[in-house]
Design a binder for this molecule. Sequence first.
Ligand code: DGL
Length: 283
Amino acid sequence: VNANPIAVFDSGLGGLSVVRRLRELLPGESIVYFGDTARVPYGSKTRRTVANFSLELSRFLLQFNPKLIVAACNTSSALAMDVLKRELSVPVIGVVTPAAAAAVRAASEAAPGRIAILGTEATIASDAYPAAIHALAPQLEVVPVACPLLVPLVEEGRAADDLIVRLAVEDYLAPLRKRPASVAVLACTHYPLLRESFARFLGPDVDIVDSGRETSVEVARFLEAERILSPAAQAGSMRCFVSDNPARFRRVGSRFLCEEISDVALVSAEEYITGPLVERDAS
Ligand code: DGL
């Protein structure tokens, strides 16, 4: 038993869709969240920048003595996991490995065993998902699809049935008409909010894997295996930190969390920006 919090970081408010799943599955766990709203988006940045930013956020969160750090951001998980694991003394769980494993399980039971990965430009360019999938099942075919416009559309409050969302989804997912997939991974924090739009395009036979949900299951498994679950008696607390615009975080973020957000503090640049930490692994 360990009552220390789970630390969660993201490029902004999207990671709250992962926190939503964590709080559903592990209501007794306290969560401390850092959203880098000043520097979002990460999805169009390079590996070196994303690794440096992710490391800064994680180091800021270490002051709360977390028992675990969750990289809720798909882009960070795809580009920075090796650096985070190397540099941090606390266990780190990202969203790519659990989502890839779930996709492999689903695709192994379906025909054709083809997996579509829907993510940001940087996540798709990194090849992290195909690598994680092929490490488990080299025979499965992967179709990577970058959908960069969807993040701002979701933040603007456009819903799954919005005309512009529907057009964007149809355009981005067009390659899947020729190469149909049996599984689609929502490999971005924002896409669970457009799940219905994807489902409408993909049809009822395609399994949709939510990387946040799969990650919460992995976190529960890890805490149980390590015997560091929180005492179940009371509800876990939640504290949020942002690098810009707490009011917008509260307003837009509550749609991702599906709860009101009360405790949000603004962090100034001197408190978390430590300068370039990673010069290696540049690309
Ligand atoms: N959180 C990012 C992700 O899941 C989406 C937003 C961004 O580009 O920073 O990939």
